[in-house]
Design a protein around this ligand. Structure first.
Ligand SMILES: Cc1cc2nc3c(=O)[nH]c(=O)nc-3n(C[C@H](O)[C@H](O)[C@H](O)COP(=O)(O)OP(=O)(O)OC[C@H]3O[C@@H](n4cnc5c(N)ncnc54)[C@H](O)[C@@H]3O)c2cc1C
Length: 417
């Protein structure tokens, strides 16, 4: 089934053009080859010929994406990106994410894309030349190393990894895990607690992000942490032991690490939510397609009221998630304070995504959990999103705090804005 993308009356012509160009690539170049495009070398059932063919298919899609001017939507034109503005990028994501894994084919894949944005904003000219450009050109890979096994990731100010100044070098010691892309990475951006020149670091500040090449002595990638029953993964556990890097490897001013992490996550959360909506859209299409064709107990599934309930509930979930996310994006675009809205979508959208995919799996029965459909992968992704980038509970606390602050100041909430 093709994704049905029509012009939206209330948005700019450029946004409609981007959505339409993206949908053409998804429908013509990716979906018809979805089973062949991701053949990978570790799969014993796949031949060398099939691997070569999958590489050729991916390169063909990337070429089409570049021809359409859609490559790397998160990057300015001067860095080889398509220079989309925030809303254009957000609206593009709901379309490209309809095809699982498509982000990589559009040159915007985490954690590289987040690291690229941070390097664009905080990097010196020297750092950009050395790390950003090769990352954009695909000659390097990277990871973002913040979460630790011995400190709560949902409270980043509790991180224990330290960087201490020794002459012109930072000396880093710490234990991280879930550093995605850790095996492939050539360098990591490591979140460290740094010394305050005026005294020891305090709990509330002085976090600094430091670029650490993986081949630096003392960087020990211990393992890929097994995730979702897979015995291996690229989410790595890493021990940094007396790792020395030049002070010129720090990103921005000393102590700006926490702010840089927030910069990374703010817009990123809207983009992730729009991705989730694209995936829900796909799950919905798959579900309805099956309901219309599968015969059970003397009738098509679509005639059973339990199943009709799935259609209605999923429709409501997708519409609510999408409108909340667009509202949040518009608020960010107009310069308002979007913190409450960001937390709200960060909770609501992954939960809605989980429900929609869960229903689609139920409708497909055994096939729903098989590798023949993208639903099982979506289910894992949706569930994981409720933890990554700040778990639900942390965002609920933030919403309540913002609301109560408003009411304590004598105002109430204006849901019209
Ligand atoms: C697949 C995957 C990829 C990841 N990739 C990266 C990466 O590339 N780089 C990186 O640095 N990190 C990465 N992470 C880590 C992720 O960002 C953290 O898991 C997340 O920030 C939560 O931290 P934690 O796991 O330490 O959970 P904790 O902080 O220990 O929290 C555990 C649970 O406690 C509850 N909780 C927390 N605070 C409160 C509170 N105040 N009140 C009530 N309940 C609370 C929540 O339910 C929460 O889920 C990844 C995680 C996953 C699963």
């Amino acid at each position: 089934m093709k994704m049905n993308v029509q012009p939206i009356p209330m948005v700019s012509d450029r946004i409609n053009e981007i959505r339409s160009l993206t949908a053409t690539i998804v429908n013509k170049e990716i979906l018809p080859h979805e089973n062949e495009i991701w053949a990978w070398r570790g799969d014993p059932r796949v031949t060398e010929g099939e691997i070569e063919e999958s590489r050729r298919l991916r390169e063909n899609v990337k070429m089409k994406v570049k021809e359409a001017g859609l490559w790397a939507p998160h990057l300015p034109v001067e860095y080889g990106g398509s220079g989309l503005d925030f809303l254009e990028h957000a609206y593009m994501n709901e379309v490209l994410a309809y095809a699982s894994g498509a982000a990589a084919l559009f040159g915007v894949v985490a954690p590289n894309s987040g690291n690229q944005s941070i390097l664009v904003k905080y990097g010196t000219e020297e750092q950009k030349k050395k790390w950003l450009i090769p990352l954009i050109e695909g000659k390097m890979e990277s990871g973002f190393s913040m979460t630790e096994p011995d400190a709560a990731g949902s409270d980043p100010r509790s991180l224990k990894t330290t960087a201490k100044r020794d002459g012109d070098e930072w000396v880093i010691n710490g234990h991280k895990w879930f550093t995605s892309n850790g095996k492939r990475a050539d360098f990591f951006i490591v979140m460290c607690r740094t010394d305050d020149p005026d005294g020891p670091a305090d709990r509330n500040g002085k976090m600094t992000q430091i670029i650490v090449p993986k081949n630096t002595p003392g960087v020990n990638v211990i393992r890929g942490v097994p995730v979702w029953g897979n015995r291996d993964s690229d989410h790595c556990e890493i021990i940094y032991e007396d790792v020395r890097v030049p002070v010129t490897n720090q990103l921005g001013q000393t102590g700006t690490g926490h702010q840089a992490a927030q910069d990374r996550l703010g817009a990123g959360r809207v983009f992730h939510c729009m991705n989730s909506i694209g995936q829900m859209w796909r799950a919905f299409d798959l579900m309805v397609e099956r309901l219309m064709s599968r015969e059970v107990h003397g009738g098509k599934l679509e005639t059973k009221q339990f199943m009709q309930g799935f259609i209605a509930e999923s429709y409501i979930d997708i519409q609510s998630a999408r409108l909340m996310t667009i509202h949040c994006a518009e608020m960010m675009e107009s310069g308002g304070d979007p913190r409450t809205e960001i937390s709200a979508i960060k909770i609501f959208v992954p939960a809605a995504y989980t429900r929609v995919v869960d229903r689609a799996i139920q409708v497909w029965g055994a096939a729903g959990v098989s590798g023949d459909l993208p639903l099982a992968g979506m289910y894992q992704a949706a569930r994981t999103l409720r933890i990554a980038d700040g778990p639900d509970e942390v965002h609920k606390i933030l919403i309540a705090k913002n609301v109560l602050k408003r009411y304590h100041s004598g105002q109430s909430w204006d849901f019209g804005n």
